[in-house]
Write a protein that binds this ligand. Sequence first.
Ligand code: TXA
Ligand code: MG
Length: 316
Amino acid sequence: MAVRIRSASDPAAVAEAAGLLRAGELVAMPTETVYGLAADATNARAVAGIFAAKGRPRFNPLIVHVPDAAAAQSIVTFTDEAARLAAAFWPGPLTLVLPRRGDAVIADLVTAGLPTIAIRVPSHPVAQALLQETGRPLAAPSANRSGHVSATTAQHVAADFADAVAMVLDAGPSPVGIESTIVGLAGTPTLLRAGGLARADIEKALGMPLAVPAAGVIAAPGMLASHYAPDAALRLNAKSVMPGEALLAFGEPPPGAVVTVNLSPTRDLREAAANLFAALRALDAEADAIAVMPIPNEGLGEAINDRLQRAAAPRS
Ligand code: TXA
Ligand code: MG
């Protein structure tokens, strides 16, 4: 059975989606970063449905979405740094990992047994409307099969899932296009995942550099080496194209590709981030090998390169 896609511009669709979530169903929702596969975070059976639908290992915890910082503070204990970052960047593409409050009504499965919870306030108006109407915190991983390329359109979601998802709310392409930046604040402020908010912006607001997890430590349990993986093989930092290769371009492309998608002809990293996952999915449908041009590792380039390295990593 095909997934039901409904336009989020219809208020009746948002109301219906909220009713489905309260009834324990899964709804794919647009956020400013990527589409999320949402469930009521207080309902263990609904949350179990996310793991089943995605084929996601149970040790990999989920991000909890709430409408504002006040709602976040009923679930996690804020630190001074958390207050500062929430004031500066929420709503927006930033997730904070903080100690779970003893009275938090979040299903244990959401956190995979960790004493911390990853929490975020999305800025997308449809995600905000859905959170308000549902009146529950929503657990939502990216709406893709586990290990596959993240979804930035309703059609990407529909391509990855069958009838386990009750509805996809379609609000067009995700504007940021890459997942939220995750900052660990349970100890020394640490960059757990590069994402849609540049590291430099966070460090400026904190007035200090972010630590990086020690080598070999998987700080965010989902950050396995192979992830975001298309079926095609990726060759990174390519300055020319080999016979038979498709090209993921950034700036002026070299000749010879069987098919080219340009992330940003003008070398704009925001535009490149917004186009990344759709470009990977499109090239994957056309070729078995993809050459990827070099992308500077600054601003959103840090997150883009992180995703490309995981997409290129050997598959286990
Ligand atoms: O932009 C986003 O963050 C999207 C949208 C839907 O909000 N969500 C998303 O979720 O990217 P997901 O499940 O694909 O990635 C969440 C990451 C995983 O790597 C997971 O291991 C990590 O967050 N995570 C969740 N809870 C954690 C915790 N308590 N401590 C450390 N890492 C955690
Ligand atoms: Mg994901």
